[in-house]
Design a protein around this ligand. Structure first.
Ligand code: KG4
Ligand code: ZN
Length: 338
């Protein structure tokens, strides 16, 4: 089945053409980062407006790159939520209009479902597996027994991992979005320079809390009584990254052991993080589990990742009704059935 996928949940307008839920024929992403950077974060109204401007251009680019005519498209997959509701509505309304006018079925997908199934576009893991979904809005551990079969094992009680990265980057004056900038800077610093806290690491559950690390960085910066030079900034970034990586990897490993699983998928924008990728790979060697990371282009927001669940749902006759609405807040374990 040839599916056109559309994603507009936050600040990326994206479209992709996917064959049989596995082969990426095109994957176009138009980022709005420049628009939001000067405000230090995503401005929802501006995001919606930019999606309106970009959506047709991005869809046409996805069809052109794939070398596919609109008439050949057999189904549409779209992000229904969670996300900014005005932003979601741009993609969803476009998808509904296209499905209706072309008389083809529509699959309304959960954004995080796309993220955690992204590895199926490259090196498909076998089910079951544990998924660590780390993005700007999510830090969740899911047990995944199949497409549409997700159980939440743990989640952040406050900030998401990407949010913590972005807030610390702002404190360091690095700009938005800050995750990749801190990651780069961390490579030049000493990870053991400053002992930032590891919140909830020793609690016997699988929940996370990152607002304490962010506050600790703020308090550290406030008590430094001389200007912070580049070297010192790099040490702060590396020490912060070490705290994040340690909490994320150790909790994930405990969860995989408790669930008796052998495979871990790490997905979402923060899965681009070089420290996180290196640590998981290092631990996987010694502890006998396999770890799957999507390529960086499939970790951040994109539409190709929606092709995996969309193809599955359409193949199983689980198409969305044309009246389907966007959902800004939507737990993944309740998704799957539209
Ligand atoms: O999945 P994503 O593109 O969008 C959401 O669904 O939120 O994730 C974006 C988040 C941002 O917070 C960004 O700073 C973070 O992923 N991020 C990173 C890195 N690249 C992106 N965080 C840490 N290290 C990176 N290399
Ligand atoms: Zn995302």
């Amino acid at each position: 089945m040839l599916i056109l996928c559309i994603e507009s949940s936050c600040d990326e307008t994206a479209a992709a053409v996917i064959r049989d839920g596995r082969k990426v024929l095109s994957n176009i992403v138009a980022s709005q980062v420049d628009v939001h950077a000067r405000y230090g974060g995503v401005v929802p109204e501006l995001a919606s407006r930019k999606h309106v401007e970009a959506i047709s251009v991005v869809i046409n680019a996805a069809l052109d790159t794939a070398g596919v005519d609109l008439a050949e498209i057999e189904g549409i997959g779209v992000t229904r939520g969670p996300g900014l509701v005005g932003a979601l509505l741009v993609g969803l309304s476009t998808a509904k209009a296209m499905a209706w006018s072309l008389d083809i079925p529509l699959a309304a997908v959960h954004h995080m479902e796309g993220h955690i199934l992204a590895p199926f576009l490259e090196e498909p893991p076998e089910f079951p597996f544990l998924a660590l979904a780390v993005s700007g809005g999510h830090t969740h551990l899911y047990r995944v027994d199949g497409i549409g079969r997700y159980r939440i094992i743990g989640q952040t009680l406050d900030d998401a991992a990407g949010e913590a990265y972005d807030k610390v980057a702002k404190l360091l004056g690095l700009g938005y979005p800050g995750g990749a900038l801190i990651d780069k800077l961390a490579g030049q610093g000493a990870a053991d320079a400053i002992a930032f806290p590891r919140p909830m690491l020793h609690r016997p559950n699988f929940d996370f809390s990152f607002s304490g690390i962010k506050t600790a960085v703020l308090q550290y910066i406030e008590q430094v009584d001389k200007p912070i030079d580049q070297r010192h900034m790099a040490d702060i970034a590396a020490s912060f990254q070490e705290a994040m990586v340690e909490v994320l990897t150790r909790k994930t490993l405990r969860a995989v052991a408790q669930e008796g699983l052998e495979r871990i998928v790490v997905a979402g924008g923060v899965a681009c993080n070089s420290g996180l990728r290196a640590r998981f790979k290092e631990l996987a060697g010694g502890q006998g589990f396999q770890v799957y990371f999507p390529s960086p282009s499939l970790c951040g927001d994109n539409a190709a990742m929606l092709g995996v669940p969309a193809d599955y749902y359409l193949d199983n006759g689980r198409q969305a009704d044309i009246s389907v609405n966007a959902i800004s807040s939507w737990p993944l374990d309740l998704a799957g059935v539209v």
